[in-house]
Design a protein around this ligand. Structure first.
Ligand code: PEP
Ligand code: MN
Length: 361
């Protein structure tokens, strides 16, 4: 009896191997179909085809498995094939770690962003408002060792009657202040038509949350020979955010920096909810550097330090904050920008004062 069991088990082992060989052969055929479907822009899942296959299988079923069992077994095989097809689709994305294992490093002047380089700090006012305001802000942050200056000239405002930014004049004022203080200039572009202006005045093109899926803008900026900072949309999923980055890379721009800036949730104590898992996931799924904008994330000054620590703890390559000489009278975001004393305390409490090479007067 024992011997018979052993013999039967040997047959089972051989059958297992035959089944495995057949499953592998089937998977290779499914992958080939998947590649053709991808090339034709067709979806991998075809419910009609699946129903036909299951019908043919149950019609051919002579037992001992019930039709339901046969269906269950084959559904598992179909699903495994589908996963294979989806995985091989993923590989083609330029933003994916599967396409490029090593971290992308973006060089901005002598600042290096990404991989294991020290976290950077981007600081500056929400909007560029006047020569005096931008000069004061640039001089101050530069004296604290900041190298990357932010300031909006074209502002995406909810209310069409509120301050919209100084436009080209703002870009010029920002450029001049940055040149006087050895800073690199980051500013938001809202319209592809303004690209020539931005190529002239800015060092980094920011695509704001509200324009994350402006595909015309993404394509135009993707063709520009300038680094890009791509913010996550207010209600964008991580996948949508990464796909937006894919637009930039697909047009040839490889100097892309992602920026999480909080997403809209039901919570009202904060302006937005900082999604720390998105930061960790973006680092895992892509090879791009990731920043965290702590000012717009919380929309509260009292959260700037803890959110900075949280962002860096989950692997952010740097932080963006808003600093204004006199936030109370700022023309945008006056509730959340830091004044100079608050910025000094912020640098101390986050440890950034040690990370930046300062030249205090
Ligand atoms: C900004 O950084 O100036 C800005 C408008 O941010 P966001 O696009 O993230 O709202
Ligand atoms: Mn702002």
């Amino acid at each position: 009896m024992q011997e018979t069991i052993q013999n039967l088990r040997a047959r089972i082992d051989a059958l297992n191997l035959q089944l495995l060989a057949l499953l592998s052969e089937r998977a290779a055929v499914a992958e080939e179909i998947g590649r053709l479907q991808t090339a034709l822009g067709m979806p991998h899942y075809d419910p009609v085809r699946e129903a036909q296959m299951l019908e043919a299988l149950t019609a051919a079923n002579r037992g001992p498995f019930s039709d339901e069992t046969v269906k269950g077994l084959f559904k598992a095989i179909f699903q495994a094939s589908m996963q294979l097809e989806q995985e091989s689709d993923k590989v083609k994305y330029l933003t994916s770690r599967q396409t490029r294992r090593e971290d992308t490093v973006v060089k901005l002047g002598d600042v290096v962003l990404g991989s294991h380089h020290a976290p950077v700090l981007v600081a500056g006012p929400c909007s560029i408002e006047s020569h005096e305001q931008v000069e004061a802000a640039a001089a101050f942050v530069a004296s604290r060792g900041v190298k990357l200056f932010r300031g909006g000239a074209f502002k995406p405002r909810t209310d069409p009657y509120s301050f919209q930014g100084l436009g080209e004049q703002g870009l010029r004022l920002g450029r001049e202040a940055c040149d006087r203080h050895g800073l690199l200039f980051i500013s938001e572009i809202m319209d592809a038509c303004d690209l020539p202006l931005f190529l002239e005045y800015a060092d980094v093109l920011q695509i704001g949350a509200r324009n994350m899926q402006n595909f015309t803008l993404l394509r135009a900026v993707g063709r520009a020979n300038k680094p890009v900072l791509l913010k996550r949309g207010l209600s964008a999923t991580i996948e949508e955010w990464l796909m937006a980055a894919e637009y930039l890379l697909s047009e040839g721009n490889t100097n892309v920096i992602l920026c999480e800036r909080g997403i809209r949730t039901f919570e009202r104590y904060t302006r937005n909810t900082l999604d720390v898992s998105a930061v960790a996931l973006a680092k895992q799924e892509t090879h791009l550097p990731v920043l965290v904008d702590v000012t717009h994330s919380g929309g509260r000054r009292d959260l700037l330090v803890p959110l900075t620590k949280a962002g860096l703890a989950v692997g952010a390559d740097g932080i963006m904050v808003e600093v204004h000489p006199n936030p109370a009278v700022a023309l945008s975001d006056n509730k959340q920008q830091m004044d100079f004393d608050a910025f000094d305390r912020y640098l101390e409490e986050t440890g950034y004062h040690k990370k930046l090479s300062q030249k205090r007067h």
